[in-house]
Design a protein around this ligand. Structure first.
Ligand code: ADP
Ligand code: MG
Length: 141
């Protein structure tokens, strides 16, 4: 599935809708250059899941875990930023990969192409392409 968004707001709204289709246990592997919209997508996803906290990029901490409100199935959003990594080893070490098995959690990995070694079977790949200043192509496979 491919979607072109014309603003950050549209990317966020797309992710908000996308969140509503998730059942829990999904791992979303986000791939795309700096500024392509991975964090914007994650913010919309969080909103759609019922996370009330402000989502900030976890670049300096590898992972942030958020609780949801008013969501019967999905209780946790785990947000990973693999920008600085060359493999998933340190994510294994801090227990980040344990959320992959949690049926009441959704995991989002920014810069997921850096940690292909830990991609679980059936993870959802989401590619972000910068078309120009405000247009992004988002491909879900
Ligand atoms: P990433 O996490 O992939 O590095 P961010 O989501 O942090 O990217 O930043 C995306 C930047 O691009 C923001 O400054 C945002 O305002 C801008 N932008 C422009 N058009 C779009 C769009 N269609 N979707 C998402 N972000 C967009
Ligand atoms: Mg980001």
């Amino acid at each position: 599935m491919k979607k072109i968004t014309k603003s950050e707001k549209e990317t966020s709204a797309f992710a908000d809708d996308f969140a509503k289709k998730l059942k829990g246990g999904e791992v979303l592997c986000l791939i795309g250059d700096l500024g392509a919209g991975k964090t914007a997508f994650t913010k919309g996803l969080a909103k759609g899941l019922g996370v009330k906290n402000i989502i900030t990029s976890p670049t300096f901490v590898l992972m942030k875990v958020y609780g949801t409100e008013k969501n019967k199935k999905i209780k946790t959003l785990s947000h990973i930023d693999a920008y600085r990594l060359e493999s998933g080893q340190s994510l294994e070490e801090i227990g980040a990969t344990e959320y992959f098995e949690d049926k009441n959690a959704v995991t989002v990995i920014e810069w997921a192409d850096r940690v292909k070694d830990i991609w679980p079977d059936g993870c959802i790949k989401i590619n972000f392409k910068i078309l120009d200043n405000d247009n992004r192509e988002i491909g879900v496979t």
